[in-house]
Design a protein around this ligand. Structure first.
Ligand code: GCW
Length: 730
């Protein structure tokens, strides 16, 4: 079976060559090139002849030890990669002619009994890449404890070749820093993707379990190449149909495809399934029949999928049922499921994204208030999955105060890869710097150096289980993510889930070299644009700590004026709190005192506008329009406007720089990003104008000297409607 997939992979994983684009009268109507399907696993011939020859001499005669389906996948990948990169390759049959040997330590030691390998440094999913001398010649080894580790090592080696790194005397060990590295698909059974901007769901549930798209295998390859080892197939707003026998067969089919790549499947479950599927009168987690129902369901799943990963649960959040419906705690709900999964080593990822409308507490504080007291009450196989910030995937948020606050309960990071609040799939935004900013933030949970990355990896409090989840940006679009550049966000998520200490810039560089160009100078230029892009977006959307001022429901475009959504704390006006006096949300001790949830000295720092980082200023403080911004000496109003304008200039810069690279890039990749950039610039200007005009009504101050007057008129901006904006929940 595996061989067939691998073989098909080689045959079909070539770029779609032709796309018809009726763009301008004098340009050819046919643009050919790279359509993005191959992602970062392009494996095009290395242009530089000497370089190519060098790698070929070091690697082209390779051997993969072992007979498992994963070993076969490694063979398929090497064959495919080296054929592409070198123009030819050959599997070696004897150790005498081999220059690259891949396998587990056990297999390698059988072949090379005299060579000592530092296997003790490598954990279950890690690997070692090392050049040794063997019988008078150089031999490159990719060695691991498990065959999946060897697969990860193989992808690492291929990446080194793709990015032009030297292999001579290589000796490296790499181990993942977090255990569960999972994508969360918010995909519904009808293939609608909640907050998805790249087409329909890639899972064709109707044609499963029998019809297996090549895309499923290529999805697994892409994930394995960056170390992702789990996928939650369905939306956290879960449809109980996923647990029916017919759908479990479909889930099994995907699990079988992903298994050789080290990827486990997980399901989001609806807490009320015992009632809706089992016909029980209750879903109370302490009820014996309910427990029994879940135990049976879990047994049924593991009969089909022996390595099933476990459940992801959104409970008592945004209308979802949960243990709270029966007066039970989140811990009681999670533990009931954890008990059913425990004998199979399955895990529960219980989300902390809870905010109850009836609670009389400011929203940013609620997750902490709910979960901090439950620390120590969860079973060993439960992780609490918390969004990076305390509200909801805003372009920028301070970190959730839960990181570091639960010594006995693993906090699992939830990042959003899909750009719900960041311009969907037409804005050029590389999220690496944002992830890095979060992971590098010091919580001070155990004194200085207790960064979020370390907390998540269990290095601050010794968690048995650790994990990082990313809400996927993948859909049925030919280029997977709706925009070539946004493939980098899937990529950087995987790389940082493997190792939170990697830098966003290094990862961007890798990705650019593998995806867009082999030319160093061009790669550097594009990397710089990527590194600028997140800050640019924050500037034209929500500078200085503003948040939640997007369009209602779809979250597309600016709508700071919305003030009528049933409850005050759903509305943008509540979050920015603009008045004649000033702007911002007072979460300091004189306001709702959200800062108290952080450790010292952070809480003191954030309590005072003078010591609050400017990027979070209006998140924590309500300040007068003439408040002086320390870094620039400008007034708050002038600085705010200045940043909105700067954001637009930065996006224009990205557009211009990209255009200047036309001759250096693949025509189709160039064209796709160019078209998106044109939309991006328009929308950045829209954001800037709408926000500046809106806030000006309160500040009553002129546009600072030297900046053009914003075009457009507020009434028209307010009237814009987008009933069919993609990705809305339903
Ligand atoms: O931000 C909100 C989104 C919802 C999402 C929810 C969540 C899946 O707008 O679409 O629901 O977060 O994370 O549960």
């Amino acid at each position: 079976m595996q061989f067939i997939f691998g073989f098909l992979g080689n045959k079909l994983f070539t770029p779609l060559l032709v796309l018809l684009l009726a763009t301008s009268a004098n340009a050819s109507s046919i643009v050919t090139g790279e359509d993005g399907y191959r992602l970062w696993l392009k494996y095009d011939l290395i242009n530089d002849h000497n370089k190519r020859q060098g790698y070929q001499n070091q690697l082209a005669n390779w051997q993969v030890l072992g007979q498992s389906s994963t070993a076969q996948v490694i063979r398929d990948e090497l064959e495919y990669a080296f054929t592409g990169l070198f123009g030819k390759t050959s599997k070696s049959m004897s150790i005498r002619t081999t220059n690259l040997l891949v396998g587990t330590f056990a297999e390698l030691q059988k072949q090379l009994p005299k060579i000592k390998l530092a296997g003790e440094q490598v954990n279950a999913e890690g690997y070692l890449i090392k050049q040794v001398s063997y019988q008078g010649k150089k031999l490159l080894l990719v060695a691991a404890d498990t065959d999946v580790g060897a697969l990860y090592g193989t992808f690492h080696l291929i990446r080194l070749v793709q990015t032009g790194e030297k292999l001579a005397d290589i000796n490296l060990v790499s181990n993942p820093k977090t255990k569960l590295r999972v994508l969360n698909h918010w995909d519904n059974p009808d293939r609608h993707v909640e907050r998805g901007f790249a087409g329909q769901s890639i899972w064709d549930w109707h044609k499963l379990p029998d019809y297996h798209y090549q895309k499923y295998t290529d999805y697994a390859r892409a994930n394995a190449s960056i170390g992702i080892n789990g996928t939650v197939l369905n939306n956290v707003n879960a449809n109980p149909i996923m647990l029916t026998p017919a759908y479990l067969q479909k889930v099994k089919a995907l699990a079988d495809i992903f298994r050789p790549y080290g990827i486990k499947v997980y399901l989001s479950v609806k807490f009320s399934s015992p009632q809706s599927l089992g016909g029980l009168a209750t879903s109370d987690p302490l009820n014996a029949d309910v427990k029994h129902w879940w135990h049976n369901k879990v047994d049924e799943i593991y009969q089909l999928i022996p390595d099933f990963g476990g459940f992801l649960v959104k409970a008592n959040s945004e209308g979802q049922p949960g243990p709270g419906d029966y007066g039970r705690t989140h811990a009681q709900g999670a533990n009931m499921l954890a008990d059913a999964l425990a004998k199979y080593n399955g895990a529960v990822m219980w989300r902390a994204f809870v905010y109850a409308n009836e609670k009389n507490e400011e929203r940013s504080k609620q997750a902490y208030s709910e979960f901090k007291p439950l620390d120590g009450k969860f079973r060993d196989n439960v992780l609490v999955q918390v969004k990076n910030g305390p509200i909801d995937f805003q372009p920028r948020e301070p970190v959730s105060p839960l990181f570091g606050a639960t010594p006995k309960t693993p906090m699992m990071m939830e990042f959003q890869i899909t750009m719900e609040y960041l311009g969907f799939s037409t804005h050029f935004v590389y999220l690496g710097p944002m992830y890095q900013e979060v992971l590098d933030t010091d919580t001070y949970a155990k004194g200085q150096g207790s960064t979020v990355g370390k907390v998540v990896a269990g290095e601050v409090h010794p968690y048995k289980l650790t994990g990082m989840a990313g809400v996927a940006n993948i859909g049925s679009d030919r280029n997977w993510t709706g925009h070539i550049i946004l493939q980098s966000n899937w990529y950087v998520f995987g790389r940082m889930a493997w190792d939170y200490s990697l830098s966003a810039e290094t990862i961007a560089q890798e990705w650019v070299k593998m995806t867009l160009t082999q030319e160093q100078a061009v790669a550097k230029q594009i990397t710089e644009l990527m590194m600028l892009s997140h800050e640019a977006t924050v500037n034209y959307m929500t500078p200085l700590g503003l948040h939640h001022i997007m369009g209602t429901g779809h979250h597309y475009g600016p709508a700071p004026w919305v003030d009528n959504l049933g409850r005050a704390d759903w509305t943008p006006v509540y979050y920015h709190n603009a008045s004649k006096q000033g702007l911002g949300f007072n979460r300091s001790p004189t306001g709702v005192n959200a800062v108290e949830q952080y450790f010292s000295p952070i809480k003191q720092q954030l309590a005072n506008p003078a010591t609050t980082p400017e990027k979070y200023l209006l998140w924590f403080h309500h300040l007068p329009w003439d408040h002086t911004i320390a870094s620039s000496g400008r007034s708050l109003w002038d600085e705010l406007v200045h940043r909105y304008y700067l954001g637009v200039e930065q996006v224009k810069h990205i557009q211009q720089e990209w255009n200047s690279l036309q001759a250096k890039l693949d025509p189709l990749q160039f064209k796709q990003v160019q078209m998106a950039n044109n939309i991006h610039v328009k929308e950045a200007i829209w954001w800037r104008n709408a926000c500046v005009l809106y806030f000006q009504q309160f500040s009553n101050k002129p546009i600072p000297h030297g900046l053009e007057q914003p075009q457009g008129n507020l009434t028209e901006y307010k009237q814009m409607q987008f009933p069919y904006a993609p990705g809305q929940g339903h």
